[in-house]
Design a binder for this molecule. Structure first.
Ligand code: ZN
Length: 222
């Protein structure tokens, strides 16, 4: 099964991606991880093209597509993939369709996490990070120090209302064409509306599984 995950920064996309990947026994593919893997291996055929990212230059659709195509052919992705952070553009979505078609596969499901601006602001503005172990918490949990390693929790500088609204606006502009592309495609399109900040990742996951059942795309859950 091949799943595309859409959702703004702070929507819990990464978390849901990992949970669902485990539940469906498919692999969670993040392009960031694939890029890092290639950068650690200078003899990789895509190393020269990927290296420019390390120099802070923008990557073209072509390079991202090549990296994903190289990635999904690996044995660990054979059972299926949940894509997180890819595709980001129509060109990438088309390329993904071609790659999968060449493997006699297709995008089966698109999960669109539609989180309201209020919920995003609540989550991100209350976010606290442990600089030592990188774990993320929320103010409402009431921790002053990291419950795991004891380090004092801090906030990220760019977690302020202005930057969040900017990021969100950018996301909306970029994603609208993708939402349209996939809603017209053969993939099952599930939009999950999240307007309640008290919902936990488990709550959201239950709702996703329920909607998948209703849409007949839930075959087996671990
Ligand atoms: Zn810690």
């Amino acid at each position: 099964m091949y799943v595309v995950l859409l959702g703004p920064p702070g929507s819990g996309k990464g978390t849901q991606g990992s949970i669902i990947a485990e539940q469906l026994r498919i692999s969670h593919l993040s392009t960031g991880d694939l890029f890092r893997e290639i950068l650690q291996n200078p003899s990789h055929p895509l190393y020269p093209q990927v290296q420019v990212v390390d120099e802070g230059k923008l990557v073209s659709d072509d390079v991202v597509n090549l990296v994903v195509e190289d990635g999904i052919r690996k044995p660990e992705y054979r059972n299926g993939v949940i894509f997180d952070g890819y595709p980001r553009t129509i060109a990438q979505a088309r390329a993904l369709d071609c790659m999968l078609a060449a493997m006699d596969k297709k995008v089966d499901l698109v999960l669109d996490l539609d989180v309201t601006q209020d919920v995003l602001l609540f989550r991100i503005l209350g976010r606290q990070v442990c600089p030592k172990c990188k774990k993320v918490f929320h103010e409402r949990q009431g921790f002053k120090n990291c419950p795991d390693c004891g380090g004092p929790l801090v906030r990220r500088n760019d977690d302020n209302e202005e930057t969040i609204l900017q990021r969100l606006e950018e996301y909306r502009k970029k994603t609208a064409p993708l939402q349209e592309y996939y809603s017209k495609s053969k993939a099952v399109y599930i939009k999950l509306y999240i307007d309640d900040a008290s919902k936990t990742a488990e709550d959201v996951n239950k709702e996703i599984l329920e909607l998948m059942k209703q849409n007949n795309v839930l075959y087996e859950v671990v």
